[in-house]
Design a protein around this ligand. Structure first.
Ligand code: ADP
Ligand code: MG
Length: 240
């Protein structure tokens, strides 16, 4: 579903990604972890074309992301992305947040979009909040709305960039529970997170990055029991 072949990227003179190669198969959950500044956000943003890259190739569902002829907005509409800071529209109600892209990007009617949006809002347990504004919800609730909004677009895959790292500790699990449910239903997911409990529960593979390089890319059990690199072992020792 997602394939990266030798992707390299520079911010000016600074090389942020070096020859990154990995993949996410259909129905697979890949957790990306590594120290702060190692390039995880940059990597995940290249997958849906939010960040350009200079070398290598990224193929999503058969479409080349780096090809100048690729319609990136069309591709992006099919990939759900959930960020650290929720990124809901503050001036729109929860219901409007859920429907706006369905109507504007997918051309659904207001009625279809509302039905679909509220179905997912119900699924994340927040149907009763539909007429509130984002600022009236807790961080954990806002992040669940952001997930429901992404799901309303019928994505072929979901990308998460540290979805729980801006949350108070007591709200982390309500978001992780939604993500675990998605993973168990077979959603294709690439998840940047340091929540190793989540990784242990649902990840198929773990990608460990350091200084823009994919240092490890292996099955979950192998990563936790026999991480080959010293850097990965150091990282695990610090966070677990
Ligand atoms: P991570 O998500 O692993 O913390 P990032 O992908 O955000 O890492 O950043 C990787 C490196 O690239 C960091 O050194 C960061 O300072 C740098 N960086 C990120 N965004 C930019 C940018 N827009 N311009 C220049 N440097 C950037
Ligand atoms: Mg980041």
């Amino acid at each position: 579903m997602i394939k990266l072949n030798n992707v390299s990227k520079w911010y000016g003179q600074f090389q942020v990604l070096t020859d990154c190669t990995t993949h996410v198969s259909k129905g697979e959950v890949v957790v990306v972890c590594g120290p702060s500044g190692s390039g995880k956000s940059t990597l995940i943003k290249t997958v849906n074309g939010l960040e350009p890259f200079e070398k290598g190739e990224i193929i999503v569902d058969g479409i080349s992301v780096g090809d100048p002829n690729t319609n990136l907005s069309k591709l992006r509409a099919r990939i759900g992305m959930v960020f650290q800071n929720f990124e809901l529209f503050p001036h729109l109600t929860i219901r409007q947040n859920l429907t706006i892209a369905q109507v504007k990007v997918l051309g659904r009617t207001e009625e279809e979009a509302t039905e679909r949006g509220l179905k997912y809002l119900d699924r994340v347990g927040l149907l009763a909040q539909k007429d509130k504004f984002p600022g009236q919800l807790s961080g954990g609730q806002q992040q669940r709305v952001a997930i429901a909004r992404a799901l309303s677009m019928d994505p072929i895959a979901m990308l998460f960039d540290e979805p729980t790292s801006a949350l108070d500790p007591e709200m982390i699990n309500e978001v992780l529970d939604v993500m675990v449910g998605l993973a168990q239903e077979g959603m294709t997911m690439m998840v940047v997170t340091h929540e190793m409990g989540f990784a242990k529960k649902v990840a198929n593979r773990i990608v460990f990055m350091d200084k823009g390089v994919i240092v490890e890319d292996c099955a979950k059990d192998e990563f936790f029991t026999a991480a080959r690199s010293e850097r990965a072992r150091d990282f695990l020792a610090k966070i677990i």
